[in-house]
Design a protein around this ligand. Structure first.
Ligand SMILES: [Co+2]
Length: 459
C-alpha cells in the first residue's frame, strides 16, 4: 500500500526536484558504531531448484547475534524449512498445520556490514538493545508467517488472474486465502485484529495506480487482455504487517514497463539498509526507472517514476509510519535505522507521473491520538467501538467492516471522518489512457542482517 505525499507538500511550484524535500525525522549521526555486535551464520545456502513447495528463492539462513564475544562465521549444510504437509488449491490449509513449531521460511537475507572498530555511543547502545528486544523470536515468526501466507496466496492468484475474471472474484480469492491461512476468519469480534488482511486488497487497473478495491454495489469490473493490473495486498499476524505487490499484464507490449518497475524496486531493496539515506535511494531508483522506455501504438514513451507516492516504514498495526522512501529524486534528511521495517515500493507510468485523488472509497483507518470528545452521535460512537475492536489502526475496506456485522454505518462514518477520528482513502490515478505498474516488498532491518521477508521465486 503506497504512501501518498501530502498535496503539493513535497513539490515545488514547478515540480522541480530541487524543491522536493522531506523534513528530518532522525538527525544525522556517525556511521553505525557497533562494537557489541558480531554475527554467526547458523546456516546458509540457496534453496534447490524445482523444489516441491515451489519456493526456490534464496534463503541465506538465520543470523544470530552474539553479544560481546568475537565469533567466527561458520557455514552449515544447506537446509531450508519445508512444509510438512500439502497446501490445497485454492489455498485453505492454515500455515499452523503446515509448519510446526512456528518455523516459517526465512526471507532473503543479506548480511549487513558491521564495523567492529567503533564503539556504540550510549544512545546507540540503548537503541540497539531495544531493537534486539523488539525483533525477538515471536516478531520474526509472526513476520515470516505473514510473508509465507502472502507467497502462497499470490501464487494462487497468479494462476487465476486471467482475462474474464472480475475484481470481486479476485478480491474474494485473496481474502479467503489469507483468512484461511492465518487461521482467523475475521467475523467474531476482535478476530480480525489477531491476524488477517493488513489493508484493503488493492486491485488497480491501468491508469489507476493505487488504493482501488471493489465495494459492494459497484458495477462489476472484468479483467481484459490489454489491462495492466496491480495486485497489492497485506497480511498481518498480531499487527506485523507484510506489504507486498506485483503487476500482471497479458499483452507483451507492457513487458518493458513491468521490467522497469521490478528493476527499480530491486535497486531500492539492494540499496536499503542501516544508515541508507532516502535522498540517495530516491535518486538511484529514479535513474533506474527512467532508463526504460515502452512502445505503445507505434509511439516510444519513456517510463516515468511517480512523484507523489512513496515507500514507507511500517509500525505495528500501522501501515504508514513516519518515514518515506521516495523513488523520485527528493531532498531528505531521513535515514534507515536498525530495527526499522520498510515497504519498498515503486510505480512506473506512461502518464504524467503525478497522481490525483479519484472519486470513491478505498478504505478507512483510525487516526491515532485523535480526540473523540466531539463525538455525540450514538451511531458514530458504536461504529468507533467496532473499528477499535476489530481493526485498531489497521486500514480496512468497507467490505471488512460489513463482514464484522456493521450495518447502516454511513452517517456514523461521515461523523468520524469529519471529526478527524477516522481517515478515508481515495483511489490514486494518473491521466486516463496511461498505464502504471508497481512492485513492492517488505524488508526487516534486523541487527546485522537485512531480510526481504516477502521475497519469493516469482518476484
Ligand atoms: Co506499501
Amino acid at each position: 500500500m503506497g504512501s501518498k505525499t501530502p498535496e503539493g507538500h513535497h513539490q515545488g511550484p514547478d515540480g522541480n526536484s530541487a524543491n522536493v524535500s522531506i523534513a528530518s525525522i532522525n538527525p544525522a549521526k556517525p556511521a553505525a558504531a557497533s562494537g557489541l555486535l558480531q554475527v554467526t551464520l547458523e546456516d546458509e545456502g540457496e534453496a534447490e531448484d524445482g523444489d516441491d513447495n515451489g519456493f526456490g528463492y534464496t534463503m541465506e539462513g538465520e543470523v544470530k547475534q552474539v553479544v560481546g564475544e568475537q565469533k567466527k562465521k561458520k557455514k552449515r549444510s544447506r537446509r531450508k524449512k519445508k512444509m510438512s504437509g500439502c497446501q490445497t488449491t485454492p489455498p485453505r490449509v492454515p500455515l499452523a498445520s503446515l509448519f510446526h513449531g512456528n518455523q516459517f521460511p526465512i526471507g532473503e537475507c543479506t548480511e549487513q556490514a558491521v564495523d567492529n572498530n567503533l564503539n556504540r555511543t550510549t544512545a546507540e547502545e540503548v537503541r540497539y538493545l531495544s531493537v534486539i528486544d523488539d525483533m525477538d523470536d515471536e516478531f520474526l515468526s509472526d513476520y515470516r508467517k505473514a510473508a509465507e501466507v502472502h507467497r502462497q496466496v499470490r501464487k494462487h492468484v497468479q494462476t487465476i488472474a486471467k482475462p474474464g475474471i472480475t475484481m470481486n472474484e479476485l478480491a474474494e480469492e485473496i481474502e479467503s486465502g489469507v483468512r484461511a491461512l492465518v487461521g482467523h476468519q475475521g467475523i467474531e469480534p476482535g478476530d480480525a485484529y489477531k491476524a488477517g488482511m493488513g489493508f484493503p486488497t488493492g486491485l488497480c487497473l491501468n491508469h489507476v495506480a493505487a488504493h482501488w478495491t471493489p465495494n459492494a454495489g459497484n458495477k462489476e469490473v472484468v479483467l481484459q487482455y490489454n489491462d495492466v493490473l496491480k495486485v497489492d495486498f497485506g497480511v498481518h499476524v498480531s499487527g506485523r504487517i507484510v506489504d507486498s505487490a506485483f503487476t500482471i499484464a497479458f499483452n507483451p507490449v507492457y513487458d518493458p514497463l513491468l521490467a522497469a518497475v521490478k528493476a527499480t524496486t530491486n535497486a531500492g531493496l539492494k540499496e536499503a539498509g542501516v544508515d541508507a539515506r532516502m535522498d540517495h535511494l530516491s535518486e538511484i531508483m529514479q535513474e533506474v526507472m527512467e532508463s526504460y522506455e515502452v512502445e505503445l501504438d507505434g509511439r516510444t514513451i519513456p517510463v516515468k517514476a511517480v512523484r507523489n507516492i512513496t515507500g514507507h516504514n511500517i509500525l505495528r498495526y500501522k501501515i504508514h509510519g513516519d518515514k518515506q522512501v521516495p523513488f523520485y529524486k527528493t531532498k531528505s534528511n531521513q535515514r534507515m535505522e536498525e530495527g526499522d521495517i520498510f515497504a519498498i515500493e515503486t510505480f512506473g507510468t506512461t502518464g504524467k507521473a503525478r497522481m490525483m485523488d479519484d472519486i470513491g472509497i478505498y478504505g478507512y483507518g483510525r487516526v491515532q491520538n485523535a480526540s473523540t470528545t466531539g463525538l455525540h452521535h450514538t451511531s458514530a460512537k458504536s461504529l468507533l467501538k467496532t473499528i477499535d475492536t476489530n481493526f485498531g489502526s489497521i486500514v480496512f475496506a468497507k467490505r471488512y467492516l460489513e463482514r464484522v456485522g456493521a450495518k447502516n454505518y454511513h452517517l456514523g462514518m461521515r461523523s468520524l471522518v469529519q471529526h478527524g477520528v477516522v481517515e478515508s482513502y481515495a483511489p490514486l490515478v494518473d491521466v486516463p489512457g496511461s498505464y502504471v505498474a508497481q512492485f513492492e516488498h517488505t524488508i526487516l532491518l534486523r541487527p546485522g542482517c537485512k531480510e526481504v521477508v516477502s521475497r519469493g521465486d516469482d518476484y
